[in-house]
Design a protein around this ligand. Structure first.
Ligand code: ADP
Length: 447
């Protein structure tokens, strides 16, 4: 096992990893930008290193600085968290060259899944059902027209290098297509430096269902059921739950096995998430994320496992502490993402937190790097905390969420807490009856 791990991230996910390290008797090293000198992850880690100025391009994304921090502190492995360098194959390669272990899959698997066309082709080859779409990239508008006409409208144009919901455009008719195609390409170019796009059938009322998988890197793969992440705004998740309210146990077992077998066959190492759209009882692969997800705690809650601990074990060559048969679902969990944003337009709202009180009690977990007096810097993501509740069933989890939101106090900045209070009043949310379009429609009608 490693003696010391460096966490190449900030905020709540850095705390999450530091906590796992401490329970495993591993020393932790935080890295931070100038703006984050007073951040909680710096305070909580055993050691810290400043790696550069405020913009993430000059700090959290600076590979040379992060490697230097490893060498200075003697950290043997790096946990990347999510975002930043977590899905950067070049980073993983650089670590390998320096003899530092990356806590995550191989550069090859990251590369394979980072290109969405290759990912889809791989998924297909492994027996995973995929969304109907173009065979590979669509180079020009004429090809786009041919593909879309044959498939039928509506279609969605997506960036091959996509992520974070960017570079995606829906076209409902041949007339729309040209503008959608050009916009998706220029957005993709601006966001990812790669304007390749592909086309998929646009599903009209699917749910977003993702399967948590884990591989030992030696041919064994398991799944930890699904998370329903259908409540989205601008293709970004807002609330997640597990198990999915609409997934029957035999469907979970079926798609779970397909995913676990695929991970085994790939020889994949560590945590991964295979994302699907789910409509009329069918699963359609959209992408795979080769890292820990923001919403991993709902899976941890219902399975009673520590996914970060397992990631560290697999990276150290010790394998997972469970087999598929050990993994049994217990109850229901819901996570809400608390962002420093002003409702209803979701404008980022950085600033000083004047008071902070975290809810507690049975079945309540808070993953947050906030504290009273903390100044939320404007340079990074607006996620400031995750509230996760676990109950014996969905009803209990909802009641607990309501209760915990009521206890929570964050003063000084606007947050998304009022949004969740309002959502809990909705019969559709209470019934678990929502597709990926529900939230946007509801927001439009309400505000
Ligand atoms: P990103 O990597 O940018 O997050 P994804 O491929 O994971 O992109 O898609 C994000 C979200 O976009 C999905 O959860 C879903 O809401 C929507 N989406 C993607 N593909 C389709 C599709 N073929 N039909 C309908 N919605 C889609």
């Amino acid at each position: 096992m490693f003696d010391k791990i460096l966490i190449a991230n900030r905020g709540e996910i850095a705390l999450r990893v530091i906590r796992a390290c401490r329970e495993m008797g591993i020393a932790s090293v935080a890295v931070h930008s100038t703006a984050d000198a007073d951040a909680m992850h710096v305070r909580m880690a055993d050691e810290s290193v400043c790696i550069g100025p405020n913009p993430s391009s000059e700090s959290y994304l600076k590979v040379s600085q992060i490697i230097a921090a490893c060498e200075v502190t003697g950290a043997q492995a790096i946990h990347p968290g999510y975002g930043f360098l977590s899905e950067n194959a070049g980073f993983v390669q650089a670590l390998e060259d320096h003899g530092i272990t990356f806590i995550g899959p191989s550069a090859e698997h990251i590369r394979m899944m980072g290109d969405k066309i290759t990912a889809k082709e791989t998924a297909k080859r492994l027996g995973i059902p995929v969304v109907p779409g173009s065979a590979g990239g669509v180079p020009d508008i004429e090809t786009a027209q041919a593909v879309a006409s044959e498939m039928g409208f509506p279609v969605i144009i997506k960036a091959t290098a996509g992520g974070g919901g960017r570079g995606m455009k829906v076209a409902t008719s041949l007339e729309d297509l040209e503008v959608a195609f050009r916009t998706a390409r220029s957005e993709a170019k601006a966001a990812f430096g790669n304007d390749e796009v592909y086309i998929e059938k646009y599903l009209e009322k699917p749910r977003h269902i993702e399967i948590q998988v884990f591989g030992d890197g030696k041919g064994r793969g398991v799944h930890l059921g699904e998370r329903d992440c259908s409540l989205q705004r601008r293709h970004q998740k807002v609330l997640e739950e597990a198990p999915g309210p609409c997934i029957p146990p035999e469907e979970r077992a079926r798609i779970g096995k397909i995913c676990a077998d695929a991970i085994g066959e790939l020889g994949y190492a560590g945590a991964g998430t295979i994302e699907f759209l789910y409509e009329d009882g069918e699963f359609y692969f959209i992408e795979m994320n080769t890292r820990l997800q923001v919403e991993h705690p709902v899976t941890e809650a219902i399975f009673g496992v520590d996914l970060v601990r397992q990631q560290i074990r697999v990276a150290a060559g010790l394998g997972m502490e469970f087999t598929q048969d050990d993994l049994k679902i217990n109850g229901h969990a819901i996570e809400v993402r608390i962002n420093a944003e002003r409702i209803p337009n979701f404008a980022p709202c950085p600033g000083k937190v004047t008071a902070f009180h975290a809810p507690g009690g049975l079945g309540v977990r808070i993953d947050s790097a906030l504290y009273a007096g903390y100044k939320i810097p404007p340079y990074y993501d607006s996620l400031i905390g995750k509230l996760i509740v676990h109950g014996a069933d969905r009803q209990e989890a909802l009641a607990r969420l309501h209760r915990a939101l009521g206890e929570m106090i964050i003063d000084g900045v606007d947050t998304t807490i009022p949004l969740f209070n309002a959502l809990l009043e909705e019969p559709d949310i209470q019934a678990g009856n929502y597709s990926i379009h529900w939230l946007e429609k509801w927001l439009k009608a309400k505000y």
